[in-house]
Design a protein around this ligand. Structure first.
Ligand code: AMP
Length: 541
């Protein structure tokens, strides 16, 4: 016997419709690329999303077509989120910090049909346009007055598309399992891989993220997502905020300490979210300028491990609660948040910090376990550490176009993180088994850097590992064995990288050794090497 509740699919368009109907006059404020502020309401955002959806229809965008963006956090990007997914097409947010070749690769792999571009990225796209095989329309996200002179073929003006359409549109209804958004991750080996979310997964994630023991969002909040809308959908905030009817403040490209602090204060921001590197910049600026926060109550810190000192500084010096969170692109992204249980209310201060320094407890919807190298489940005793596996309705089951084959192990997704789980369910990451390095929230491929090192005539073998850095979280170093008789120096090897990689991928140091550790199957054992190098301190730290 079925229940008798209404059978309604979970669709992203319902979020913006709800925000319009129940929080219509709540504001969305954006600092534009042009430098000025733009303010409007959820009602306006809904109306313009519908007009844009009509414009997309006019450009020939159909169900399941991919529509890409190269854009900062702003109201136009927000409208594209809703217009594209609401129409049944798929929004593909491209990370502009990837190399040019990677951007071309993923845009072609995704078969993007339309590309929306913030003014900042027009010169970048002009260089790539000839190689973007499937893009039929380039839309520049500005008004007629700010349209740049461009070599892009038949570039369209965003505001003209909006003006040419009215908002008389009923959002279509379709299966909630329909794809809604596509994000590529370079946090795996090989080419970037696409993670394809559905309306259902996005909606369930939006509900769960808003809960008190997750991000604790409310209609009384003003939320400034520092985390970019091209990083796993700004951790889902553009959806969760509409669900709750929270005021949104979008910083555009203005992420320096002063700009952020001004926006926090002028807009009465109560809650924010970002990677540790951004907060370090803001905290340094605040200390130098002897500033305070008058409205900020909490901030989510994740994407990389949050340094314990940062948690203390926020909480003790500024009265801002830190929500240390862990997740990944493959998980929409939210997996765990380090929030307290009732039993911690009377705990000593240090014991409470010990809880917050961990990556946190699984939020409902995410199940997790740790396993040993044979796949045997390890105890949740806070001591045993092993590969962290997850499952849940917003965890990926495979990559777009089945790239890399079936990633699952007995129905669980291997995260590539190595962790402990304590008896209270708090997970702590102790290492990473995947061969990538995370610097300032962005991935660096250790394998690419190793391949370059061994291409040098003086090098026999090289391993690249990430080492703790106070500002960037991790930076790459090369640990290499020289060929007998070779005289290659650190400087020579670093020069050899010039022109072959993006500047921010440049290793911070080279250490020459006689031997490198290997596993039983002859592979480089980075886990052992990281252990051997645990007392090493970066010259740049
Ligand atoms: P991404 O897919 O780019 O969001 O990266 C996900 C990966 O970032 C995870 O698998 C972790 O390796 C790392 N990560 C994310 N959040 C944290 C955190 N709070 N602490 C440590 N590592 C983290």
């Amino acid at each position: 016997m079925n229940g008798l509740m209404m059978d309604m699919p979970l669709l992203i368009s319902d979020l913006i419709r709800h925000a319009d109907r129940h929080h219509g006059d709540t504001e969305i404020v954006s600092k534009r690329v042009e430098g000025d502020f733009h303010r409007y309401t959820y009602r306006d955002a809904h109306s313009r999303s519908k007009r844009l959806a009509k414009a997309l229809g006019g450009l020939g965008v159909k169900m399941n077509d991919r529509v890409a963006t190269l854009a900062w956090n702003g109201y136009r990007h927000f409208e594209i989120y809703y217009a594209v997914a609401g129409s049944g097409a798929v929004i593909h947010t491209i990370n502009p910090r990837l190399f040019a070749e990677q951007i071309v690769y993923i845009a072609n792999h995704a078969e993007d049909k339309v590309l929306f571009i913030d003014l900042t990225f027009v010169p970048l796209v002009e260089k790539l346009a000839a190689n973007l095989k499937t893009v039929k329309h380039f839309v520049i996200m500005t008004d007629r007055g700010h349209m740049p002179k461009t070599t892009l073929p038949s570039a369209l003006c965003y505001e003209e598309l909006i003006e040419a359409n009215d908002d008389k549109l009923e959002w279509p209804t379709f299966d909630e399992k329909t794809a809604s958004c596509l994000c590529y991750t370079s946090g795996t080996t090989g080419n970037p891989k696409g993670v394809l979310y559905s309306h259902r997964s996005t909606m369930l994630h939006a509900y769960a993220a808003a809960l008190p023991d997750a991000l604790n969002l409310s209609a009384a909040d003003t939320i400034l997502p520092v985390v970019p809308m091209f990083h796993v959908n700004a951790w889902g905030l553009p959806y969760s905020c509409a669900l709750m009817g929270a005021k949104l403040v979008f910083p555009g490209p203005h992420l320096d300490g002063k700009s952020l602090h001004d926006m926090f204060e002028n807009e009465g921001v109560t809650m924010s979210a970002g990677v540790p590197t951004v907060w370090l910049g803001l905290l340094n600026f605040m200390k130098e300028s002897k500033l305070r926060f008058s409205t900020l109550k909490a901030t989510v810190i994740g994407g990389s491990a949050c340094p314990p000192a940062m948690i203390r500084t926020f909480q003790e010096d500024y009265g801002v609660k830190v929500l240390h969170a862990w997740g990944m692109t493959e998980m929409s992204p939210l997996g765990t948040v380090a929030t307290f249980k009732g039993k911690h209310a009377k705990a000593e201060k240090d014991a409470r910090y010990a809880v917050q320094n961990k990556q946190g407890r699984a939020i409902f919807g995410v199940d997790m376990k740790i396993v040993d190298t044979e796949g045997k489940t390890l105890p949740n005793d806070g001591k045993a550490f092993g590969d962290l596996l997850v499952k849940g309705p917003w965890v990926t089951s495979s990559y777009f176009k089945n790239e890399g084959g079936d990633p699952l192990m007995d129905g669980w997704f291997p995260t590539g993180d190595v962790a402990t789980i304590d008896p209270d369910g708090y997970m702590q990451i102790t290492d990473r088994s995947k061969d990538v390095i995370k610097s300032g929230g962005e991935w660096i491929s250790s394998i690419d850097l190793e391949n370059i090192a061994v291409a040098h005539p003086g090098i026999v073998e090289a391993a690249v590992i990430g080492v703790r850095h106070p500002k960037w979280d991790e930076r790459p170093i090369v640990v290499a064995i020289k060929k007998p008789g070779a005289t290659v120096t650190k400087e020579e090897l670093l020069n050899f990288y010039e022109g072959k990689i993006a500047k921010w991928w440049m290793p911070d140091d080279v250490v020459f050794v006689e031997q490198l550790p290997h596993t039983a199957t002859g592979k480089l054992s980075k886990l052992t090497l990281r252990g051997e190098m645990k007392d090493y301190v970066l010259p740049t730290a």
